[in-house]
Design a protein around this ligand. Sequence first.
Ligand code: FAD
Length: 387
Amino acid sequence: MIQFDNLETAFKYKSDGELKFAYWLFRMVGNPGIVKLGKSLTNLAVNLHLPISWMIKPTIYRHFCGGETIDECMKVSRNMEKYGVRCILDYSVEGGESPAAIKAALAETLRTIENARINRNIPFTVFKPTAFTLEHILENGTNGKLISAEELAEADLFRQRVETLCQAAFKADVPIMVDAEDVRFQPFIDEVVTRMMEKYNKEKAIVYNTLQMYRTDRLDFLKESYRKAVEGNYYLGIKFVRGAYMERERARALKYGYPSPINPDKATTDRMYNDGLRYTLDHLDRISVFSGTHNEESNQILADLMEKKGLAKNEPKIWISQLFGMSDHISFNLAAAGYNVAKYLPYGPVRHVLPYLIRRAEENTAVAGQSSRELEMARKEYLRRKS
Ligand SMILES: Cc1cc2nc3c(=O)[nH]c(=O)nc-3n(C[C@H](O)[C@H](O)[C@H](O)COP(=O)(O)OP(=O)(O)OC[C@H]3O[C@@H](n4cnc5c(N)ncnc54)[C@H](O)[C@@H]3O)c2cc1C
């Protein structure tokens, strides 16, 4: 059994002040009223163009993000590396709403690829597809409704941008993961990413697609992706997550009167996630897996499966990940036990990272026990250090 409760190992990289701050922060986000109020005030401040960085940066931003630039992140990354935890720089700017924003996101993501090429403690790169085109292009691409010449040209530009990133990752020999987004965009993204895997995964998994296992159809999709990879003779890179947009997916399905794409309950999502891991480990000859979860049971199941199959803990085809600022007890204890662990380290200008921060605050409020678990661990470790 993995000892997730070794808090000394879990928080070694945090100073007393940082630990105390984590305790305070999770106390705040554990209160749904405070999170709701914080979200409204933040949105209001952004709409009124009020300066908010001074308040956000030293608080919630510092806990969940690596910094505003790659250089700032590298300090955090080097600190975690001392304890065997690698990191993945995640330029967390969302919504490619203007050509200038798209150009900037492309240049910055290329910089993360170059940075990963020269830093051995950065084993992967990542991007959010919505940063590289307009939402209606992804949606119409999904529904087969790209009709006007202008839309078709923009869809082609999106494909080219994704290709620019995948090609750079291939040349740098650094795997690149494509985040999963809303169901209404995902089929078009899947199509583009599959094309990239066919092209760049001939010798090993360089391009990874993300599967949200809260979706009813993703286990079948995984099996179909495997079938295609065998048929097309390429390798499959799969990042597993449970999925971040459950409430809005359900609300949308209800509003437009189609069946919810989300599993009926948490137990089904858990089962699908773990079955996905099982399937992948049975097909490791062709699939590389990246398991992104804060769920102790799923992490334990993965470790057990690896042991049962006689795999080394640092098997290169298996990586485990949590988000920076969350579940250090999982990341640092797994790394100490010898597993490949890399934390997602979001970064970017404070104002642009706000949607990500709001999601983290809401998630920690919504996920039963998550914030109280983090809170309790920070408290216990602080008291242990004091004594
Ligand atoms: C490294 C990393 C990368 C990530 N990348 C992405 C990404 O690309 N795209 C993305 O969407 N998310 C991404 N996420 C977020 C992820 O999808 C989850 O929201 C988050 O990790 C919480 O799930 P969990 O497995 O960690 O924890 P758990 O607490 O075990 O699970 C919570 C999750 O279970 C699911 N769930 C909860 N209640 C129910 C219910 N009633 N019915 C059905 N399902 C339910 C939801 O997905 C919820 O988020 C990423 C997370 C990590 C750690």
